[in-house]
Design a binder for this molecule. Structure first.
Ligand code: SF4
Length: 353
């Protein structure tokens, strides 16, 4: 196989067929970095409105570095995997302090920044600066596994072979279009189900296509979705609602939510709510009334929220991690998606815009 021919076919195809995406209208490394972080674990169509909103609110590294973490998390709200937003915030401060507010162009300094793993480092260096670094995301891994007829599941154990292949076919120039071309090929043509091989610009180089085994590469993974039931308390006093901040480490770290928690085995939602209020607030919940039920899906979980309105025998005071907030002001607090749905319902019922 001629490596040069492979990259030429791929780059020509990409230039003619690439989708018109907002982050492709720029070579600004800051904007490319933000788009690459958002695109991890999230689909292109879901990312577009978030990206546009983010760039409007934070047009530069400086603007992110000056914002509060709460504001950054609020703009990120709904995208999930919030450590990504926290790392962007931390990284922006670091870039202002040590790099003159600019993204460094070398692998080592970039790799040391918060949130810059091998993928993000390679993506920013190649896409923004055309540097010769390969990148392996889920699309690239699948495409190369098929090109090499590499059987098995698409996991990181395949990456060594994928990287050796990429090193061989990478061009000396136009790395931005090469890397984006491979990812775009995976998204549009070499899709996980029903790859459109007839339209593929590199089918003549593809071993899986030659053997007609592309449909069975890679072996599909079974994802087990777990159900989690949660009881939630809406506690209102003097037109203010009680919310609490989640711990600053772990799942959904630092986000604000209504009190409540997971049901234990064979526990009713009502009992769980009374127990959770006692454990979290040290108070007795009274006068429980059902308010709403809602669901939220995460990659491996389905969270079922059973929401109750209730009173307390005695109301707690606020502190740094527990606040009484008016409905209008609740909108300023970053919340997990399930709590944001509850808030929407409260706002709808009170007719607040
Ligand atoms: S020929 Fe088919 S399987 Fe091979 S890279 Fe192209 S789309 Fe993928």
């Amino acid at each position: 196989m001629s490596s040069e021919k492979f990259s030429t076919c791929l780059i020509c195809w990409y230039r003619k067929n690439k989708r018109d995406l907002p982050w492709r209208k720029t070579r600004d490394p800051y904007k490319i970095w933000i788009s690459e972080i958002m695109l991890q674990q999230t689909t292109v169509s879901a990312v577009i409105p978030y990206y546009e909103r983010w760039i409007k609110k934070f047009p530069s590294i400086k603007s992110v570095s000056r914002a509060s973490l709460q504001k950054v998390l609020k703009v990120w709200q709904g995208l999930g995997y919030y450590s990504r937003a926290r790392n962007i915030h931390k990284c922006a401060k670091n870039l202002m302090q040590f790099h003159g507010g600019k993204i460094p162009q070398g692998y080592e300094p970039l790799r040391k920044l918060p949130g810059f793993g091998p993928y993000t480092t390679g993506a920013v260096l190649s896409i923004a600066f055309d540097k010769r670094f390969s990148i392996v995301d889920a699309n690239v891994r699948r495409v190369v596994m098929r090109l090499l007829a590499l059987k098995g599941q698409a996991d990181t154990t395949k990456d060594k072979k994928v990287e050796v292949f990429l090193e061989d076919v990478m061009p000396q120039k136009a790395m931005s279009d090469f890397n984006q071309g491979l990812m775009e090929l995976g998204a549009l043509v070499c899709r996980s189900k029903e790859p459109a091989c007839n339209m593929c610009p590199v089918k003549n180089f593809c071993k899986a296509y030659a053997q007609n085994i592309q449909e069975i590469i890679p072996t599909p993974k079974k994802i087990e979705i777990k159900n989690i039931s949660v009881a939630v308390a809406i506690i209102e006093k003097n037109k203010k609602f009680l919310i609490q901040r989640r711990p600053l480490k772990g799942l959904l770290a630092g986000l604000w939510e209504f009190p409540g928690g997971k049901l234990k085995k064979a526990e009713s939602s009502k009992k769980a709510l009374v127990r959770e209020v006692k454990e979290e607030l040290g108070m007795d919940a009274i006068d429980l009334r059902p308010f709403m039920k809602t669901k939220h899906f995460y990659t491996q979980y389905r969270v079922l929220l059973d929401v109750w309105k209730c009173g307390l025998k005695k109301y707690p005071k606020q502190n740094d991690d527990r606040k009484w907030v008016s409905l209008a002001n609740l909108k300023k607090y970053p919340m997990p998606s399930g709590d944001a749905k509850i808030l929407e319902k409260l706002i709808e019922l009170k007719g607040i815009k």
